[in-house]
Design a binder for this molecule. Structure first.
Ligand SMILES: Cc1cc2nc3c(=O)[nH]c(=O)nc-3n(C[C@H](O)[C@H](O)[C@H](O)COP(=O)(O)OP(=O)(O)OC[C@H]3O[C@@H](n4cnc5c(N)ncnc54)[C@H](O)[C@@H]3O)c2cc1C
Ligand code: FES
Length: 273
């Protein structure tokens, strides 16, 4: 079994700018056999190292149903992320993982799915969204609600259009502040709840984004009678080892890196008690 503390070398195949400070990196392990045997669940993350700069965790933003390469979407905010943004196709990075638990896709089979994302919270859900779209007949109606600060901060703009054109998939987007040329919704993500038909009794909801957004969205969903065990979110903490060894990410009796980062709201509530 692979030692999750030892990084492997991966090559950057391509990059795509999502916003002025956020970029998607397509990666492939240098060793073909290692690439073929790398399996993961949506919602898991990797520890990515930029040689000479350091290591940081990033969720896998691609789907295991599309194994040609793996993708991470990274917002530039400090030492490692700035160093990563300075790299391009052909450059190499270190990769450890997959880490964490990931989303239980099997358990969601047969349910309607509601995805609610804010800002850079869409990348962890994007892997899951493509995963369920690649097995479309196994799931019910799909609703994707996405909000960002401004139109320029929306990631995956092309994919939002592709998803909204698909049968049985509804996509609504909003921004906190409009801009010249923006004719869409303005307001925080919960404003979108009144524009779609929510069916709490047959829906699993996935919520990812900044903590304050998660708090308000989850409160709203519970008020609308979503069951706490079917409201699923990801929790983030400063992490180092990513595999439950260093104690950096403890919350209550859990390690967020090993037992999470994916938890139902029922589990989150129990952790805080
Ligand atoms: C499980 C997990 C998955 C993640 N997935 C993604 C992802 O897909 N895309 C992405 O862009 N980012 C993601 N992050 C956040 C990312 O790991 C941090 O942005 C990164 O560690 C910053 O490293 P840096 O060296 O560039 O910044 P540093 O120089 O270390 O710090 C810059 C600033 O960012 C803050 N910071 C550092 N780490 C975190 C963190 N984990 N949470 C909040 N603030 C932090 C620091 O306090 C500081 O203010 C994830 C974090 C976790 C724990
Ligand atoms: S990051 Fe080391 S225990 Fe979680």
């Amino acid at each position: 079994m692979k030692d999750l503390l030892i990084p492997s070398v991966a090559t950057i195949l391509a990059t795509r700018d999502e916003t002025p400070d956020t970029r998607t990196f397509a990666l492939r392990f240098r060793d073909d056999e290692e690439h073929r045997s790398f399996s993961f669940r949506p919602g898991q993350f990797v520890e990515l190292s930029v040689f000479g700069a350091g290591e940081a965790p990033f969720c896998l933003a691609s789907s295991p149903t599309r194994p040609e390469h793996i993708e991470v979407t990274v917002r530039r905010c400090g030492v490692v992320t700035n160093a990563l943004h300075a790299l391009g196709p052909g450059d190499e990075v270190g990769l450890r993982g997959p880490c964490g638990n990931g989303f239980d896709v099997e358990a969601a089979q047969g349910w309607d799915l509601l995805f609610v994302a804010g800002g850079i919270g869409l990348p962890p859900l994007r892997g899951l969204i493509w995963n369920v779209l690649d097995q479309r007949s196994r799931f019910g109606h799909i609703t994707i609600l996405y909000g960002a600060r401004t139109p320029a901060d929306l990631v995956y703009k092309d994919e939002l259009r592709v998803w909204s054109a698909m049968d049985g998939v509804e996509v609504k987007v909003t921004v906190d502040r409009g801009a010249p040329g923006w004719e869409g919704n303005v307001g925080m993500v919960p404003v979108l709840f009144d524009q779609v038909e929510l069916r709490p009794e047959r829906t699993v909801a996935y919520v990812c984004g900044p903590p304050v957004m998660i708090k308000f969205v989850v409160q709203d969903l519970l008020m609308r009678k979503f069951a706490p065990e079917r409201v699923i979110s990801t929790l983030e903490r400063m992490m180092q080892c990513g595999v439950g060894k260093c104690n950096h990410c403890c919350v209550g009796h859990r390690y967020l890196c090993r037992d999470g980062p994916v938890f139902s709201f029922a589990e989150i509530r129990e952790m805080w008690e």
